[in-house]
Design a protein around this ligand. Sequence first.
Ligand SMILES: [Zn+2]
Length: 222
Amino acid sequence: MGHCSWALINERERLYHDTEWGMPVHDARKMFEYLTLENLQCGLSWDLMLKKREVFRQCFDDFDYDIIAGYTEEDVQRILNTEGMLKSERKVRAVIHNAQCCRKVRDEFGSFCDYLLAFTEGKTILYRGHAQGRVPVSNGLSDRISKDLKKRGFKYIGTVTIYSHLQACGMINDHAEDCPCFHWINANCPTIQLEPEGEGKQMTPSGVPASFAFDDSRDTGK
Ligand SMILES: [Zn+2]
């Protein structure tokens, strides 16, 4: 007990929940890694993303967007031919494209991480009601960030994808109130409490993050 129930499906997901999901990220490479996992997930299960993470690391130079931004056609083929890699050329090209966008953001803001964290002034947001299970699939914050990323040329970053990313990288604390991680983040990370804003009508079933709940209906940011 005392745990986000969605994370109890298997050991891999439990470990991800306990050590990564919702922990504030302060590292640009990790920030890009999380966003990339969201991009690659579209239409697939999150568990598959976790299972294939080592393959992704190997394919994409440990998610270093500086290196990925310089990938050539040969790299696209290398990645598509890697054993265990997803066979979606469109997704592979999107990762490379977004890495190029990240590099531009870095040139303007210092790092991709600083750019994103500026939206919450470096704090973790705790929305009233979320810890009690009223978790939306998107909100005003994800709308704004999605729009800004779109303006900067990023692909596959619709508001649902971004909301999911904000949960994962700890810009929003959506752990359940009886989860130890909820309390740990509250006690150890700069947190700001806000009223919910701009939430759509759609709620995730009992606090399950969109990544886990909506495998096939992810927005693609078009
Ligand atoms: Zn939790």
